[in-house]
Design a protein around this ligand. Structure first.
Ligand code: ZN
Length: 113
């Protein structure tokens, strides 16, 4: 548990150097909050974590469906969830930095550990 706490307490180098949030900022806190039963806070800190779980579940469903029903084996996997992830990653980073720079709100500032 001590090792996990040390990993979670490491800070982002990009944020230290620039003062801005990188696309991954808030990700560790989001996972931590999700595992501790706070899905809405997890969504706030980094929406890609919950989105990723939903998309992974969807792809697992598609893989199982392919195994059970051979008619789906020739159908390609959809790429829209990956485009959605890229857009979500960019939008999250952009909006949090917008709050930080123009409104002086620090959306990822609270220490939750
Ligand atoms: Zn970062």
């Amino acid at each position: 548990m001590n090792i996990l706490r040390r990993i979670l307490n490491t800070h982002c180098l990009f944020h230290r150097l620039t003062g801005l949030y990188c696309p991954g900022c808030g990700g560790k806190r989001s996972v931590y909050l999700l595992f501790h039963g706070h899905p809405l806070l997890s969504l706030w800190y980094h929406p890609l974590v919950i989105y990723g779980l939903v998309v992974m579940t969807y792809y697992i469903f598609l893989m199982i469906r392919r195994k059970i029903f051979p008619v789906y084996q020739k159908k390609p996997y959809p790429t829209w969830p990956l485009w959605g992830a890229a857009i979500l990653l960019f939008a999250n980073c952009f909006l949090k930095n917008l709050m930080l720079v123009f409104f002086h709100i620090q959306p990822l500032s609270s220490n939750i550990y």
